[in-house]
Design a protein around this ligand. Structure first.
Ligand code: ZN
Length: 121
């Protein structure tokens, strides 16, 4: 779980997490037929992520990814694809790549977020 005493988030951290949630929800909408719900019991600093809905397994993944992002030990926070720490479990890393690849393209096709494609992963 994400700790409720999550410290104040920087603008960049919030942006990263929004992209993560957005991309996961886009991927989920096109791949999973299950009922999608917002993440529940988020700390108040992350309430901005509640508008993104995912199925249960994508919510689990997203919580994991948010935790990893918040626990990133690197001062400079390189884009994860350039990171040498590789904090994601291998199966999650594969999933995050797939989500970013798919949703990045889907959003670009709709003429949105062209900047974001290379931003995170
Ligand atoms: Zn899903």
């Amino acid at each position: 779980m994400i700790p409720h005493k999550t410290p104040h988030l920087t603008h960049k951290e919030k942006k990263d997490l929004k992209i993560l949630a957005l991309f996961t929800s886009v991927y989920c909408r096109d791949h999973h037929a299950e009922t999608r719900e917002p993440l529940s019991s988020l700390p108040r600093q992350l309430a901005c992520l509640e508008k993104y809905r995912c199925c249960a397994s994508c919510r689990d993944f997203l919580i994991y990814a948010i935790e990893r992002r918040l626990n990133c030990p690197l001062e400079e926070r390189p884009a994860c694809k350039h990171c040498h720490v590789h904090c994601y479990r291998p199966d999650h890393r594969e999933k995050v790549r797939e989500i970013m690849r798919y949703s990045g393209k889907a959003l670009i096709r709709r003429g949105r977020l062209d900047l974001l494609w290379h931003y995170l992963f």
